[in-house]
Design a protein. Structure first.
Length: 315
């Protein structure tokens, strides 16, 4: 199979038929064998009924319905697990991503050898204050932190070599950082393509300003996990050594000063250096303990299902 199109959605029933027809027309025009996987992330507006109807008409349409809303990352994870195409395309269900971009995204993977190609919505139709400016700040921080040189990390329109989606773990709200996850997994040929952005035709956006706050927090998380996720003792142990050394240095100074330099002076407990020494040695010990606990947890963790599937179609 040439292409799997993975589409996570939440309450997008108005746009699904139009999106399906558009994608099907592109696939047929380019003679691609394909599947469309709609991942219904707990919709309450009849989206699943629309997906079922489309599946009855087109056997290439497949569906997964979650028991409730688990989030976009979990929806993508479920779609990636089921995708069978040599190239996997992701896009949003709100018609803001243009299916006419699919052939070129496909060729960049197959003919040019990219592992992942991310769309760049260079010209946007979103609000400048609520989306454009925060998005630019977010993307700048992501570039500086991750080393992945993309202009638009959060663009839903991306193409992947099948090997990429089968070897990355998208969880929490890490869908924003799939290129970083791919890089950390060893897939380093990551490209970018300017894609057309279209104004939302139906409904309202499901994301508010809080997504940027969560995005920056997730950015810190992924930075930490990429550098120390497999060796937490390297971070916490180093911090513990530094803090303990500072505390021990103050304690040594106080001891020498009291015993040899100023034996008749103030009591050690009356000097502020004593409390600095005590606090830093305690903090250093705690960092060591945190590092050991992190190593223990890392070696004993068990993967747990992060979402519950209610129904599947054609899978």
């Amino acid at each position: 199979m040439n292409i799997s199109v993975v589409i996570p959605l939440l309450n997008e029933s108005d746009s699904l038929t139009e999106l399906h027809d558009w994608i099907a027309n592109v696939m047929q025009s380019n003679h691609f064998s394909y599947e469309i996987l709609f991942i219904d992330d707990g919709s309450t507006d009849g989206s699943w009924e629309t997906i079922t109807s489309l599946s009855n008409k087109n056997p290439n349409v497949k569906g997964i319905r979650f028991l409730k809303n688990f989030g976009k990352s979990q929806a993508l994870h479920a779609g990636f697990e089921k995708a069978k195409g040599d190239v996997v395309i992701t896009m949003d269900a709100d018609l803001q991503d243009n299916p006419d971009e699919i052939p070129e995204l496909y060729n960049m993977i197959v003919k040019e050898g990219y592992d992942l190609v991310s769309g760049w919505k260079k010209k946007r139709f979103d609000s400048v204050i609520s989306k454009n400016l925060p998005s630019k700040l977010f993307n700048w921080a992501a570039r500086k932190t991750s080393g992945v040189k993309l202009h638009d990390f959060n663009c839903g329109l991306k193409s992947y070599n099948n090997k990429v989606v089968k070897n990355i773990d998208v969880n929490g709200e890490m869908h924003r950082y799939i290129p970083v996850l791919a890089k950390n997994a060893g897939f380093t040929k990551i490209g970018e393509k300017v894609v057309q952005h279209q104004a939302r035709k139906y409904g309202e956006t499901k994301f508010g300003m809080e997504r940027f706050i969560n995005g920056f927090l997730d950015l810190i998380t992924i930075w930490f996990l990429s550098r120390f996720g497999k060796r937490p003792m390297h971070l916490f142990g180093a911090l513990g050594v530094i803090m303990f050394a500072i505390g021990f240095g103050f304690a040594l100074y106080l001891g020498i000063d009291k015993l040899f330099l100023n034996p008749t002076g103030r009591l050690i407990t009356q000097r502020p250096q004593f409390y600095i020494s005590l606090a830093t040695m305690i903090i250093g010990t705690q960092f060591f303990v945190a590092g050991f606990l992190g190593e223990i947890i890392l070696r004993s963790k068990q993967d747990k299902k992060r979402y519950l599937v209610k129904d599947e179609l054609n899978l």
